[in-house]
Design a protein around this ligand. Structure first.
Ligand SMILES: Nc1ncnc2c1ncn2[C@@H]1O[C@H](COP(=O)(O)OP(=O)(O)OP(=O)(O)O)[C@@H](O)[C@H]1O
Ligand SMILES: [Mg+2]
Length: 313
């Protein structure tokens, strides 16, 4: 249930620099509790940077970011984080069970034996992500989709209120993408978990997304899906002709297919700020995208803390 009165993430005039270069600025938006949002923008626009800011890993050069009613970095114990390309590098020789246990024990100093309660939490989480049978396999013996579910399990094992994922669908085939999306949908619907993920392909996510943060012209904005699904906005955002198609049945999908309407390629961010002024005004978070059935297109194809509101999935 999306609670628009109760933001889980709040950006106020936020700006960030890397190597003295402003990556994005004037971030003024709130993300509601209970939402499922995508962070979208072309490569290098600062999506991963945004997650680093939210986790307090990277300081702002201006403004504030509050998350779970605390300054960024102060509520990480209530946040599950799945980094970009997490399981493709390193740690491949450890068992799935031990890998998920790291979500509980990684920040401990020295050797402290795990408790039965912690082992039960790992088993329970593995069951939820449907990896019970693979618990004793090594990570490098899993398929890409299974590895991504193991990474999600590690982030979930502490019952976070907010789950943040950086490109969780990258390099997965359609079936594996769908199994990850189904998992995220269950976490949101059954346990009220708020989910934020960096994504490139909106289509596969349309059935679950309630909104998106889009990085346009070096400024991040948040809008609900009804406002994001705008052909002109997405065309400017992706720098290539994008159409939002609604079928007679009411299904919607986004297409990058230049055959639908031949166009010249649009260079990213060539429009003036005046031209795009209506995209840079704070959006009204009003209705929530309610499309329950969305067509796919193949055209282009953090730590243990007792706190209220924890979900026991
Ligand atoms: N450690 C770093 N030091 C300096 N600059 C960096 C660092 N990491 C990233 N950048 C720069 O910050 C900008 C944003 O990078 P970021 O990784 O946030 O982009 P992204 O939107 O996540 O891209 P992608 O879609 O490729 O993952 C890029 O221009 C990048 O070169
Ligand atoms: Mg990135």
């Amino acid at each position: 249930m999306v609670d628009t009165q109760n933001p889980i993430i709040e950006f106020k005039d936020a700006a960030v620099k890397r190597s003295h270069r402003v990556i994005w600025s004037h971030g003024n938006f709130s993300i509601p509790r209970g939402s499922v949002t995508a962070i979208v923008g072309t490569n290098g626009t600062g999506k991963t940077t945004m997650l680093a800011v939210e986790l307090g890993i990277l300081p702002l050069s201006q403004g504030t970011v509050r998350i779970l009613d605390k300054p960024a970095g102060k509520a990480n114990a209530r946040i599950g984080y799945v980094p970009q390309n997490y399981t493709s590098a390193g740690e491949s020789n450890i068992t799935v069970f031990d890998f998920v246990m790291l979500g509980i024990s990684a920040n401990r100093w020295g050797f402290i034996p795990t408790t039965r309660r912690e082992r039960d939490a790992v088993r329970h989480t593995l069951e939820f992500v449907q990896l019970t049978e693979q618990a004793q396999l090594r990570l490098n013996e899993l398929s890409g989709g299974q590895r991504q579910r193991a990474a999600i399990a590690q982030a979930l094992v502490n019952n976070p209120e907010l789950l943040i994922l950086d490109e969780p669908l990258a390099n997965l085939d359609v079936a594996s993408q769908n199994s990850v999306i189904e998992l995220l949908a269950r976490l949101n619907k059954e346990f009220g978990m708020t989910i934020q993920m960096v994504a490139h392909d909106l289509n596969v996510l349309l059935p679950v997304l309630t909104g998106a943060v889009y990085l346009l012209d070096g400024h991040p904005h948040y809008a609900d899906m009804d406002n994001v699904l705008d052909s002109d906005l997405l065309t400017h955002l992706y720098g290539t002709k994008v159409e939002v198609i609604t079928t007679p049945q009411g299904d919607m999908f986004v297409t990058h297919n230049s055959l639908i309407e031949p166009t010249t390629r649009i260079e990213h961010d060539t429009h003036s700020v005046d031209e795009a002024a209506h995209w840079h005004t704070p959006s009204s978070v009003s209705s929530i995208h309610s499309s329950s059935s969305v067509s796919l297109t193949d055209t282009n194809r953090v730590q243990n803390e007792e706190s209220e509101g924890h979900h026991d999935f």
